[in-house]
Design a protein around this ligand. Structure first.
Ligand code: DAH
Length: 343
C-alpha cells in the first residue's frame, strides 16, 4: 500500500505541475482528491490491512499524501491565478494619455452665423446692436413710421393682429422709433443695426415665410446724405459677399424714407455678367433703404431741420440664400441636420 500511495502522490504532483490554467487545477482537485480518486480507492483498502499498526501507519501516510497533493494544488492555483490576473490587467489596461474620442458638438445655425457676420461688420464701424419688441403696437410698427391709415401693410390680411392696436411686428423698422425715443433721446450720432424676427401673413413657399428675420440699419447725425448710406451698404455687402461686391440704389417708395431706394447688389453668382439667378440683369434685389422721412425723425424726437439720417432694411434669409446658394427658404426651419451641417 505504501508504494501505491507514493505512486499516486508522484503521479499527481507531476501532473499538477503541468497545469497551465487555474480551471484545470480545479478539475485536478476532483480527480486527485475526490471520492472516486485513486487515493480514495487505495485508502479504501485500509480496513483489510492485517495489523492495527499497519493501518495506523498507512492512514498517516495517506494523510501526508493528501496534504502534499492539496498543497501542490493550492500552490499551483495561486501561481496561475497571479499570472492570469496580471494578463487580464495588461489586456484591460487603459492608456490615459491617449487622446479621447471627441464628443460631437454643434455650431451656430446658418441664420445666426449670417446675422453675427452682419453685426460684426457694423460693430467694426462703431455701430451698436439694438433690439426691441416683437409684439408691438400699431403706433411703433406703422404710425410713427409714417405709414398712413389705409396703407396695404396695415391690412389684417397682411399682418398678425392680436388686438386692434397690438400686432406681431411686420418689420424691424419699429426699432428705429424705439431706439430714438427710449435710448438715444435726441443725442447724435445714432448708429444702430437692428436684427430680429418679423411676421407676415404670407403663404409659405420657397421664397416666402410667415416668420423670418430682418436687419435694420439707422444712422442719424448732422449732414448725413445718401452718400453715407451707399458707403455703409457697400461696406456691408463686401463683408457678406466678398470684396468684388457692388451696390446699386434704384429710386423707389417707402412711407418712412424720402427719397427711397431699392438696394441691389451685383449678382454673387455671375459677378454682374448676367445669369439665370439675376435674370441676366447682373443685379439682385436685397431690400429697401433711403433718407429717413422728416415725419419719422419728428416721431423719434429729432428736428429734421437740424439732423438727417439714412435707414435700410432687408431679410436675412434672402441674403443667406444668395450668399450660400440655398434654393428654398424652408430649409432654415426644417431642423434637418443634413442641411445644417453644411454650413
Ligand atoms: N421695412 C421695410 C420692409 O419691411 C424695409 C425697409 C425699407 C426698411 C426701407 C427701411 C427702409 O429702413 O429705409 O419691407
Amino acid at each position: 500500500m505504501k508504494e501505491q500511495l507514493l505512486r499516486v502522490q508522484e503521479e499527481a504532483l507531476a501532473t499538477i505541475a503541468t497545469a497551465t490554467e487555474s480551471a484545470t487545477v480545479q478539475e485536478m482537485r476532483v480527480r486527485y482528491l475526490g471520492k472516486k480518486s485513486d487515493l480514495s480507492v487505495v485508502l479504501g483498502g485500509l480496513g483489510k490491512l492485517p495489523t492495527i499498526d499497519e493501518r495506523k501507519a498507512m492512514g498517516a501516510l495517506g494523510n501526508e499524501v493528501k496534504m502534499a497533493i492539496s498543497g501542490a494544488l493550492d500552490a499551483r492555483e495561486a501561481e496561475l491565478a497571479k499570472g492570469e490576473l496580471a494578463a487580464r490587467l495588461a489586456a484591460e489596461s487603459i492608456d490615459v494619455s491617449l487622446p479621447g474620442t471627441p464628443a460631437p458638438v454643434g455650431h451656430l445655425h446658418l441664420m445666426n452665423q449670417v446675422r453675427t457676420k452682419i453685426e460684426e461688420i457694423f460693430i467694426a464701424m462703431g455701430y451698436e446692436v439694438a433690439e426691441s419688441r416683437i409684439v408691438e403696437t400699431d403706433w411703433y410698427n406703422f404710425e410713427a413710421l409714417n405709414i398712413p391709415k389705409g396703407h396695404p401693410a396695415r391690412d389684417a390680411q397682411d399682418s398678425f393682429f392680436i388686438t386692434d392696436e397690438v400686432l406681431l411686428r411686420t418689420h424691424t423698422s419699429n426699432t428705429q422709433i424705439r431706439y430714438m425715443l427710449e435710448v438715444a433721446k435726441g443725442r447724435t450720432p445714432v448708429k444702430i443695426i437692428c436684427p430680429g424676427r418679423v411676421f407676415r401673413r404670407d403663404f409659405e413657399d420657397a421664397t416666402h415665410g410667415s416668420v423670418f428675420h430682418q436687419v435694420e440699419g439707422l444712422m442719424i447725425d448732422k449732414g448725413i446724405t445718401m452718400a453715407h448710406l451707399k458707403g455703409a451698404l457697400t461696406e456691408m455687402f463686401r463683408g457678406i459677399f466678398g470684396p468684388q461686391a457692388r451696390v446699386r440704389l434704384r429710386p423707389s417708395y417707402f412711407p418712412f424714407t424720402e427719397p427711397s431706394a431699392e438696394m441691389d447688389v451685383s449678382c454673387p453668382f455671375c459677378g454682374g455678367n448676367g445669369c439665370r439667378i439675376c435674370k441676366q440683369s447682373g443685379w439682385v434685389e436685397i431690400g429697401g433703404s433711403g433718407m429717413v422721412h422728416p415725419n419719422v425723425l419728428k416721431a423719434g424726437g429729432y428736428d429734421p431741420e437740424q439732423v438727417s439720417g439714412w435707414a435700410f432694411g432687408y431679410g436675412i434669409e434672402r441674403v443667406a440664400m444668395l450668399a450660400y446658394q440655398i434654393e428654398d427658404l424652408r430649409h432654415f426651419t426644417s431642423g434637418d441636420v443634413r442641411f445644417l451641417r453644411q454650413f
